[in-house]
Write a protein that binds this ligand. Structure first.
Ligand code: HEC
Length: 134
């Protein structure tokens, strides 16, 4: 009986924790959606589709899915030079937009969980703060 109650309490705690994290992510994405509309949509477009050969797509981007740290770094410090996204080579420049670490986390949480993208681990401001220039 004692173990049953203990097990039950642990289950409740785990469930509450999951629900809390889901809510945190949902709120971060909500803020990120606005940042996207203000800072990113001009190049990466409404549904993250980008412009072939000029602005790489964010929707279903293999680069974004596989290069978490470089993606964060690119938004934080800017990104230039050759990069391959979904088999297409881009060699262009994205200037840094002067966003706060929290805004970078929010916009990436939105991008990483929209248009068919899914990222299990949310980006936190702490994680962004720890990434330096290349
Ligand atoms: C002025 C146009 C422009 C704006 C605005 C812009 N980007 Fe980019 N972005 C680019 C270009 C160009 C590249 C590729 C740079 C290169 O060729 O090295 C890129 C690359 C990226 C990449 C990595 C490649 C990929 O497609 O997965 C990510 C992630 C990204 N941008 C996210 C963002 C986010 C988030 C914002 C808004 C906060 C943003 N960008 C705003 C032009 C832009």
């Amino acid at each position: 009986m004692k173990y049953f109650i203990l097990g039950y309490l642990i289950l409740i705690a785990l469930l509450a924790n999951t629900l809390f994290q889901d809510k945190e992510l949902a709120e971060s994405m909500e803020r990120g959606k606005e940042i996207y509309a203000d800072f990113c949509v001009t190049c990466h477009l409404e549904n993250g589709e980008g412009v072939l050969n000029t602005f790489p797509p964010l929707a279903k981007s293999d680069y974004l899915a596989k290069n978490r740290e470089s993606s964060i770094r690119g938004v934080k410090y800017g990104q230039r030079g050759e990069m391959t996204v979904n088999g297409v080579v881009y060699n262009n420049t994205m200037m840094p937009m002067g966003l706060e670490d929290e805004e970078i986390a929010d916009v990436l949480n939105f991008v990483m969980n929209s248009w068919g993208n899914q990222q299990d681990k949310p980006v936190t401001p702490q994680e962004v703060s720890e990434i330096g220039p290349r």
